[in-house]
Design a protein around this ligand. Structure first.
Ligand SMILES: C[S@@+](CC[C@H](N)C(=O)[O-])C[C@H]1O[C@@H](n2cnc3c(N)ncnc32)[C@H](O)[C@@H]1O
Length: 141
């Protein structure tokens, strides 16, 4: 989904998102347990929404940066998880971070896995030391 379409859609949903889709947090917790990042791992949560994956990674002691194109999502995530390293409004297709910023880019319940995965592979030397895609049936890279 383009950032423009996603922003329009998810900004409208932001205020009720976790109430309407409460099971996403449980799935994200299981995914993070499966990825098993250690404390201090620098996680980039792509399309973070209200922070299902962010919260699970923070609970493991990770240092989490969350990005989402919908300002309403980012605002609520930052309010709910004040310990997040950074929460930014950003298009995942136009990531803007310095070299070597992350150990683990991950995403949960997004539509851009395949495309972002390909882009992250190409970007690995630039933005991350290791990559993982977070979705049922996949294995960490
Ligand atoms: C189905 S929600 C998943 C949210 C969260 N990861 C979770 O598991 O609850 C998809 C999220 O991806 C975001 N998104 C979609 N396209 C995006 C893009 N191009 N750049 C950044 N965020 C995007 C949406 O705004 C939305 O918050």
């Amino acid at each position: 989904m383009t950032a423009t379409r996603a922003t329009a859609l998810f900004d409208q949903l932001a205020s009720v998102y976790d109430e309407v889709l409460p099971f996403f947090a449980g799935f994200a917790r299981q995914h993070v347990e499966w990825l098993a990042p250690g404390p201090g791992t620098r996680v980039l949560d792509l399309g973070a929404g209200r922070g299902a994956l962010t919260g699970a990674a923070l609970a493991r002691g990770c240092r989490v940066t969350a990005v989402d194109c919908a300002p309403g999502m980012v605002e609520r995530l930052a309010a709910q998880y004040p310990q997040v390293r950074e929460a930014r409004v950003m298009d995942v297709h136009r990531l803007d971070f310095p070299d070597g910023s992350f150990d683990l880019p991950a995403d949960a319940h997004t539509e851009f896995e395949a495309r972002v995965r390909a882009e992250l592979s190409a970007m690995e030397p630039i933005v991350c030391a290791a990559g993982a895609r977070l979705w049922e049936g996949t294995t960490p890279a």
